[in-house]
Ligand binder design. Structure first.
Ligand code: ATP
Ligand code: MG
Length: 313
């Protein structure tokens, strides 16, 4: 439904996108991740016909964004990085206005506006000017506005930036519901937890290039490391513990602080093997921890690699 093939975009000397490929199937949520200036908004603008790529192809529902821009616009909704609702108008008036601009009759516009106000929990505030809305309400109205035309594809550029945790979860619910109804979603985010929660697949952008892609689980497995952290009852037990674990095939390493040993493992099942090995070596475990890799590990590692800084193994 959303396809970027070898998309490049330069602004003078600045290469904002350098041969980017992205593909989003119907009803799926795709995350575009990257730090400030990575090129996320630029890609969203190209895919939503607001910018022309310098080279490469972008297609929405199989339609070329340049050649069929008009047709593409009828199929997409866009919620930009910065709110675009009219502050003077009420929530209802904002939605009515857009519906009318899209060619709906007064009656159709009213029906659609009521539906969306209801869906986004804005019915009670429908008559108030948007200037009196909280940040979360404004964001919801903004997303509602991009859905007036019942688009098949929606772009959300940092939909939850600046929202409190409760409002953020509210927006996540809305996005999940959209995908369930078959809408294809491309969202940009700086929040790794958001990408992890929502996205089936993720593209990680750094300085205009794709540095990684895949499901959140794949990315974590490729980069992150599962770790068992063992705290022994005394520091004097550390050498024996490390020897026993090494003999059992682990690459155990004493940690900086006191009696702690870190053991990288391949699977959570290895936890039991670590415990057994330490018991057999007659070392006493005071505390045991197990950590899964997070998307933060992936992000930090890959964006650092791309910046040319060597990454410790
Ligand atoms: N109209 C423009 N003219 C010149 N340079 C631009 C223009 N638009 C974007 N850029 C540059 O392209 C690069 C990518 O910008 P973009 O806005 O796509 O990043 P982003 O990933 O959305 O960042 P943020 O997280 O801050 O929103 C940046 O270096 C930016 O300065
Ligand atoms: Mg941006």
């Amino acid at each position: 439904m959303i396809e970027a093939i070898d998309v490049t975009k330069s602004f003078g000397d600045v290469v904002a996108l350098d041969g980017v490929n992205v593909s989003v199937p119907e009803g799926s949520i795709h995350g575009l991740l990257g730090h400030n200036g990575a090129g996320k908004t630029t890609l969203v603008h190209i895919l939503s016909t607001l910018l022309e790529p310098t080279s490469g192809t972008a297609r929405i529902c199989g339609l070329d964004v340049n050649a069929d821009a008009q047709e593409v616009r009828r199929r997409i909704g866009l919620t930009g990085q910065f709110a675009s609702v009219d502050e003077q108008l009420s929530g209802r008036e904002n939605l009515m206005l857009i519906a009318r601009l899209l060619g709906a009759t007064r009656r159709q516009a009213a029906v659609r506006s009521e539906e969306l106000l209801e869906l986004f929990d804005l019915s009670e505030a429908a008559k108030r000017p948007a200037s009196t809305y909280s940040g979360g309400m404004r964001r919801r109205l903004d997303i509602a506005a991009s859905l007036v035309g019942a688009p098949q594809v929606i772009f959300l550029d940092e939909p939850t930036t600046g929202l409190d945790p409760t409002s953020r979860i509210g927006v996540w619910e809305i996005i999940k519901r959209l995908a369930k109804d078959g809408v294809s979603v491309l969202l940009t985010t700086q929040y790794l937890e958001e990408a992890d929660q929502l996205c089936e697949r993720i593209t990680l952008l750094s300085k205009g290039s794709v540095v990684a892609g895949g499901t959140p689980a794949e990315l974590k497995a490729a980069v992150g490391q599962r770790m068992v952290t063992v705290t022994l009852s005394s520091e004097s037990e550390v050498p024996a513990a490390v020897r026993a674990l090494d003999a059992a095939g682990f690459r155990a390493a004493p940690q900086e602080s006191g009696a702690v040993v870190g053991v990288p493992v391949a699977a959570s099942a290895d936890l039991a093997v670590v415990v057994r090995t330490l018991n057999e070596a007659q070392t006493e475990i005071a505390e045991l921890g197990f950590s899964e890799p997070t998307l933060d590990d992936v992000y930090l590692r890959l964006t650092r690699e791309n910046a040319g800084t060597p990454v410790p193994a």
